[in-house]
Design a protein around this ligand. Structure first.
Ligand SMILES: C[S@@+](CC[C@H](N)C(=O)[O-])C[C@H]1O[C@@H](n2cnc3c(N)ncnc32)[C@H](O)[C@@H]1O
Length: 348
């Protein structure tokens, strides 16, 4: 019997909270998978990393956490894995079954429907975990929780995780025109004052493509997660940042992005990719946090502070972000330009 025949889900949808149902429903439609597959920076990075480590995949048991259409499972099977288990809660896995079958991998890939946390794997341990779990600002969606669960429950001692190093970076940006447009709109809506909306708009980070020339400070790595060792509690973090203005300009907000790196054989450059404005387009784009202040900067001025990030208490897949900043202007008019502020955001 084909190992990819339709089976019952290990998780009853009705048992999920409304927001969990909504989350998994969002992966039912092919459109979101089309966008991810067509993100060639993303998809080819996984393929290249697996190909680069073909010798490590050979005859290994691989777990694909959140397999979607099965693309990563097939990369692993094609590159020598003995067996791959793909797990997904969303109904897209029914398409993955068909795709795996017509591509001739049904003997090598077992697809299980359900939450990773609920399924029973046909192997007690796996040698390698592959997963594409990253959300906007890296941690939005909280799917890393599931990968860490899989690591702790199933990965053999010394097993590999693809990717295994992920970091969040920030810089300052000039974006006065769009910021004004977004905020000022509410001052005059068909002649009415809608300004109570402005604090709500400010609270939501914007996910969009940013031109690299509007980034006007140095960059700063906020945090790096080593997936081999990171703990769930580390995903709620506080991190200090400091960036320096590269020209006379306005800093209207902070732009954030993430980088990912895959394990590599000794002496080889690891496969990795960046989702920054300086790098080719990815569907994650960049995340912009507008600051309440517009900072008038001169070359060399310092913007520093602390970012606090944690899953939202009511909606675990949303993120609460707080940015405390101090803008240390220099020169004769430094006092006029200095600012200290605190902004709170919710990504949902
Ligand atoms: C970002 S998509 C990646 C899909 C596929 N691996 C790819 O690279 O195209 C994440 C997938 O993980 C699934 N997923 C998220 N959390 C899960 C969990 N706890 N258990 C099972 N599947 C999960 C989602 O349904 C979604 O299909």
């Amino acid at each position: 019997m084909s190992k990819t025949n339709t089976e019952e889900s290990a998780t009853a949808k009705a048992d999920l909270t409304h927001s969990e149902q909504h989350y998994f429903d969002s992966y039912d439609h092919y459109g979101i998978h089309e966008e991810m597959l067509q993100d060639s920076v993303r998809t080819l990075s996984y393929r290249n990393a697996i190909v680069q480590n073909k010798h490590l995949f050979k005859d290994k048991i691989v777990l694909d956490v959140g397999c979607g259409t099965g693309i990563l499972s097939m990369f692993a099977a094609k590159n020598g894995a003995k067996h791959v288990i793909g797990v997904d809660m969303s109904s897209i896995i029914e398409m993955a079954r068909k795709i795996v079958d017509i591509n001739g991998f049904s003997d090598k890939i077992t697809l299980l429907r359900g939450k990773l946390e609920d399924v029973e794997l046909p192997f007690p341990k796996v040698d390698i975990i592959v997963s594409e779990w990253m959300g906007y600002f890296l941690l939005y969606e909280s799917m890393l929780d599931t990968v860490l669960y899989a690591r702790d429950r199933y990965l053999v001692e010394g097993g590999l995780i693809f990717p295994d190093k992920c970091s969040i970076h920030i810089a300052g940006l000039e974006d006065a025109h769009y910021k004004d447009e977004k905020l000022n709109y509410w001052h005059d809506v068909y002649g009415f004052d809608y300004s109570p909306f402005i604090p709500l708009v400010m609270e939501e980070p914007i996910v969009d493509t940013v031109q690299s020339n509007v980034v006007n400070t140095t960059r700063c790595q906020l945090i790096e997660f080593d997936l081999n060792t990171v703990k769930l509690s580390d995903l709620s973090f506080k991190a200090k940042f400091q960036v320096q203005a590269k020209r006379q300009d306005w800093i209207n907000g902070l732009i954030a992005w993430f980088d990912c790196v895959f394990p590599a054989p000794e002496g080889r450059t690891p496969v990795g990719f960046s989702t920054g404005a300086h790098s080719p387009y990815t569907h994650w784009k960049q995340t912009v946090f507008y600051l309440k202040d517009n900072l008038e900067c001169e070359t060399g001025d310092i913007l520093e502070g602390e970012i606090t990030c944690a899953p939202n208490k009511n909606h675990n897949r949303d993120l609460d972000v707080k940015i405390n900043y101090s803008f240390r202007a220099k020169g004769v008019d430094a006092n006029r330009r200095r600012r200290i502020g605190e902004n709170r955001y919710v990504m949902h």
